[in-house]
Design a protein around this ligand. Structure first.
Ligand SMILES: Nc1ncnc2c1ncn2[C@@H]1O[C@H](COP(=O)(O)OP(=O)(O)OP(=O)(O)O)[C@@H](O)[C@H]1O
Ligand SMILES: [Mg+2]
Length: 356
């Protein structure tokens, strides 16, 4: 049985459709990340699941029970919001215990839970301070703790790390992931940060304009993006794209260059059509200019990244990135040929923008 079923959810604000029939089956204990650009409908979807926002059509089923008509408090979920509001006049201890006190939880249990969550999130030393006396990261952990003490088997997070600096973000990310492993609860985590998505998720739902374009393991989203949008959104630097035509005879043709596609695993029959070839910077090798089946390229500049380097080339009117060793980048020739590893490339239909 799925932990959470999102079934054909539609949602509009006035004339604007925000969610177009979203479907998602989330397994028990899964860490699902909803990833997408600002404004694509992530928070709206999370709010519909939590019951904070009513949907126009569709159903939310939690652990086998249709909760579509239920109040947020009746759905048995814990949620951490995009802006974590703590009660400023209360100590950290009180911020953590308040919800349980309101719910009439026995005093001893409240104390036990506060002690447990404080130890888990390493905020024991802060329990008697007020939010104003905490750093941003500490406040964020208190907000997360407040959701966890509800001991709900499902936690929803809406960009919980958005206000932290890069270092703290990275640390809290690891803590949250470990927490998920310790607690075994189902988590849905909204972010527009693809590093969070790649590192934390069991599965990522990539959203674009109110639709889920792909719902899969982060590695398959990276290696086999289901659409042009996913290919361009996931990965840094962005995937390199080249427009051309599949000739129906097993070749991708662009300008004077024709590339054999026999190493490529097509999803369907490789019919002749306009197509986009996508290749990541680590799947391109540098060869002599004029080698058959390679793209002529002119070096624009190189970037040293510490562990490795990126060389940027101008080819066929586009800028291409190639990942290289630092030494290879230092001694890069001006005029080269680029060979694409077709087994690791992606092909998309121009008409449907879907993977071929
Ligand atoms: N109450 C509302 N009334 C009208 N439009 C709304 C309302 N809430 C959200 N929207 C619109 O719906 C769209 C999706 O908003 P949503 O908050 O779900 O985006 P998001 O993916 O969470 O973005 P972000 O990453 O910026 O938080 C946006 O265009 C937003 O302006
Ligand atoms: Mg949002």
């Amino acid at each position: 049985m799925s932990s959470i079923s999102v079934r054909r959810i539609k949602k509009s604000f006035a004339a604007l459709t925000i969610l177009h029939s979203v479907d998602m089956e989330i397994e028990k204990g899964e860490f699902v990340v909803i990833l997408g650009p600002s404004g694509c409908g992530k928070s709206t979807l999370l709010n519909v699941i939590a019951g904070l926002e009513e949907c126009d059509e569709g159903q939310i089923v939690i652990e086998g029970k249709d909760v579509s008509g239920l109040e947020p408090s009746e759905r048995g979920l814990a949620m951490v919001f995009q802006s974590y509001a703590l009660f400023p006049a209360m100590t950290v201890r009180r911020n953590l215990s308040f919800g349980m006190e309101i719910a009439g939880t026995p005093k001893a249990t409240v104390a036990e839970k506060v002690a447990w969550v404080a130890k888990l999130l390493q905020i024991e030393a802060l329990l008697d301070r007020k939010p104003g006396q905490l750093s941003g990261g500490q406040r964020q952990r208190v907000a997360i703790g407040r959701a966890l003490v509800r001991s709900s088997s499902i936690c929803l997070f809406d960009e919980p790390l958005s206000n932290l600096d890069a270092k703290l973000r990275a640390e809290t990310r690891v803590e949250l992931k470990q927490l998920h492993e310790t607690l075994g609860s189902t988590m849905i985590y909204v972010t527009h940060d693809q590093i969070e998505a790649m590192t934390m998720a069991d599965r990522v739902a990539v959203m674009h304009k109110g639709k889920v374009e792909q719902f899969a393991h982060p590695q398959s989203v990276y290696e086999k993006p289901a659409s042009l949008f996913v290919a361009g959104f996931v990965g840094s630097p962005a995937m390199n794209f080249l427009e051309g035509n599949l000739d129906g005879l097993g070749r991708f043709v662009t300008g004077d260059v024709s590339i054999d596609t026999s190493a490529y695993a097509f999803e369907g029959p490789p019919l002749a059509r306009e197509a986009v070839l996508g290749v990541r910077c680590e799947n391109i090798s540098i060869v002599e200019r004029g080698t058959p089946q390679t793209i002529p390229a002119m070096l624009a500049f190189t970037e040293l990244l510490g562990a490795d380097a990126l060389a940027w080339f101008d080819c066929l009117g586009k800028r291409f990135s190639v990942r290289l060793g630092v030494e290879a980048a230092r001694s890069m020739r001006k005029e080269v040929g680029l060979r694409f590893d077709m087994a690791k490339a992606s092909l998309f239909s121009v008409a449907s923008e879907r993977r071929l």
